[in-house]
Design a protein around this ligand. Structure first.
Ligand code: ZN
Length: 612
């Protein structure tokens, strides 16, 4: 049996990522956050006796089985088994990790996070971040007013109208207009007491050759403005589409990298589409912001746009938190195909399944939805094929497979990304299909899979996958053991003198974590020292236990339960051995060996049954 070690594995990983947030701060943040208040701020809760109820946000249902218990400060869904405390709720609902959940709750409760080694420099950075967010918020609202109200905004209004954007839609996405002026925005921002230094740092202005002291001017002029938000919905950058017909003017100008904004780490629309992505477990990836807005406003809300054509590893990792399948919906032109193939390595490396939506030539989601309605678009989305099948189909239709050279080109194109498919069963089944369609031997494609992909660039770093969240199905004995271990420190002390419980899977590792953690029993919520070591599945399991029910003689119970578990374990082994004896091909000597093992187990069972 594997030995458990608390210095490595999930526990160590968690503490590493908690960084310098002190245990005390985590405790304060948890205590300051009322679970009914918190969950009620996301969706309405209905009082039902002493607890609250809602339709579960984590699975599809009609009758509410999601319960929030204010006394225990916990939530639990009887439908899908999710459950935990405030931190777990934020982690699961917002799809963030433990430290981020702590930070979010801290922000909500107005508790400053005292990161232990917070230096003056950190404090300064934090202040600067706040100033930059304030500039962006101010600029977004100024651009929006210019779009809606100013006479100069008429051209931008006409453009958006021609793209089917109503004023309500412009409002909800805070679309704007940057006037054709070198300094109107700057004057406004100076009037709001932002310094030139801050304005330059925000990327909203630049100076000629970046000479200090040189006159500064607005980066965005005569453009339709799309605010880019982080996943809290705060504006952190802008993308401006030109209104000039002059081909020399860049079609899109984006904010440069700033302390707030790192290109390739943000997905446009994510702050709005998050919930739908989780619900659909699928993301439709659009090329442009307007495509995304059109689809979203037409009711197709599981959409995101990568900002710039291809997916980076960071974006793929971000998306992997929400979905398992990605539908690439790029234009059917050459640039769109290039974007598809260059997005593949990072998406596949994250374990995402990639499908391709084929749009009619010359159409994009926006034009299609406006002309033929959302259902026409959804029909194409529904017909999306797996990337590899799509590539095969395309090659067949184009006649590429008629010549050996064409076949070889196709193999060169699809074999390297195939090697990145993380699920071995899936990879083998795609490989099988490719081999049979191309009538080529497996070995040949396999060797091509080892060659570097022409589009992979340096994006090939395979990153560890997010752990899937599953429920732990505990046997009655393990259920009891978890419950007593949680409720009684005496029991935990005794368990430390026993062999690791990890032998009693499922749930053994959880009991071991309970045993190792230092905490006071009797709290209605799970202790944070323990919480930070648990996987989501483990926390779900623990929070569904009733620890309030008084349990007489916990140590006696624990010992009896432990006995039961050992006997069960030995009996199972015995059954396994007995079934081997039925096999007539087992030799006589082998048979004797098995008989001996069975006898040995019988003795061990008898030993266990003796009183402690
Ligand atoms: Zn549920």
């Amino acid at each position: 049996m594997s030995e458990i070690s608390l210095a490595h594995g999930p526990v160590a990983r968690y503490f590493e990522s908690v960084g310098l947030i002190s245990e005390e701060t985590i405790q304060r943040v948890t205590e300051a956050s009322d679970i009914v208040d918190l969950i009620g701020s996301y969706f309405p809760l209905k009082r039902a006796g002493t607890s609250f109820r809602a339709v579960c946000p984590f699975h599809q249902e009609k009758t509410p089985s999601f319960h929030v218990n204010p006394a225990r400060q916990s939530f639990h869904c009887f439908g899908c088994g999710v459950g935990g405390g405030v931190l777990r709720f934020v982690m699961d609902y917002e799809h963030v990790d433990f430290p981020s959940a702590v930070r979010r709750l801290a922000q909500r409760a107005g508790i400053p996070i005292l990161e232990d080694a917070a230096s003056a420099e950190d404090g300064q950075k934090q202040g600067q971040r706040q100033r930059l967010l304030a500039i962006h918020a101010e600029a977004a609202s100024w651009f929006h007013k210019a779009l809606v109200k100013s006479p100069a905004g008429s051209e931008a209004r006409a453009y958006l109208k021609s793209r089917g954007i109503t004023s309500e839609v412009a409002k909800s996405w805070q679309l704007g207009y940057a006037p054709d002026s070198w300094d109107a925005l700057l004057e406004h921002l100076r009037g709001c007491r932002f310094t030139d230094g801050e304005i330059i740092l925000s990327g909203l202005a630049s100076s000629k050759e970046d000479k200090p002291g040189e006159r500064i001017y607005s980066r965005f002029r005569h453009r339709v403005m799309f605010p880019i938000c982080n996943d809290y919905g705060e504006v952190i950058a802008f993308s401006g589409r030109t209104l000039e017909s002059d081909p020399k003017s860049a079609k899109y100008v984006n904010s440069p990298e700033t302390p707030l904004f790192t290109k390739g780490k943000v997905l446009y629309g994510l702050d709005k589409s998050k919930r739908d992505l989780i619900e659909k477990n699928t993301a439709i990836v659009c090329e442009g912001q307007l495509d995304l807005i059109s689809a979203y406003e037409a009711g197709i809300r599981h959409v995101i746009a990568p900002q710039g054509t291809a997916f980076t590893s960071d974006q793929a990792r971000l998306l992997r938190r929400y979905v398992e399948t990605v539908l690439l919906c790029f234009d059917s032109d050459k640039a769109g195909k290039k974007a598809t193939s260059s997005s593949l390595p990072s998406l596949l490396s994250q374990g995402l399944s990639v499908k391709v939506v084929v749009l009619p030539a010359g159409e994009d989601p926006d034009s299609l939805i406006r002309r033929n309605g959302p259902d026409a678009f959804l029909a194409l989305v529904g017909a999306a094929a797996d990337y590899f099948d799509h590539s095969l189909e395309e090659a067949i239709l184009s006649g590429e497979l008629n010549t050996p050279a064409g076949k070889s080109k196709l193999v060169g194109r699809i074999a390297p990304p195939l090697a990145l498919v993380q699920d071995a069963v899936l990879r083998e089944s795609i490989l099988g299909r490719i081999c049979s369609r191309l009538s080529l031997p497996h070995a040949l494609i396999r060797s091509a899979m080892k060659a570097p992909s022409p589009d992979s660039g340096n994006e090939r770093g395979v990153v560890p996958l997010a752990e899937p969240v599953e429920k732990i199905t505990l046997s009655a004995g393990m259920h009891m053991l978890c419950q007593i271990a949680l409720a009684s420190s005496e029991v935990r002390e005794w368990l430390r003198t026993q062999a690791p419980a990890v032998a009693f899977e499922p749930g053994g590792a959880l009991v071991d974590k309970l045993t190792q953690a230092e905490f006071e029993s009797g709290s209605t919520t799970l202790p944070t020292a323990l919480l930070s070591t648990l996987t989501a599945a483990e926390e779900r399991t623990l929070s569904s236990l009733d620890t309030r029910r008084p349990m007489p003689a916990p140590l006696e119970r624990a010992k009896l339960t432990w006995q039961g578990l050992l006997i069960q374990q030995f009996t199972q082994k015995m059954e396994g051995l007995k079934s081997q004896l039925i096999d007539p091909s087992v030799s006589v000597t082998e048979r004797e060996k098995i008989q001996k093992q069975i006898l040995d187990l019988k003795i061990r069972v008898a030993d266990v049954q003796r009183p402690f």
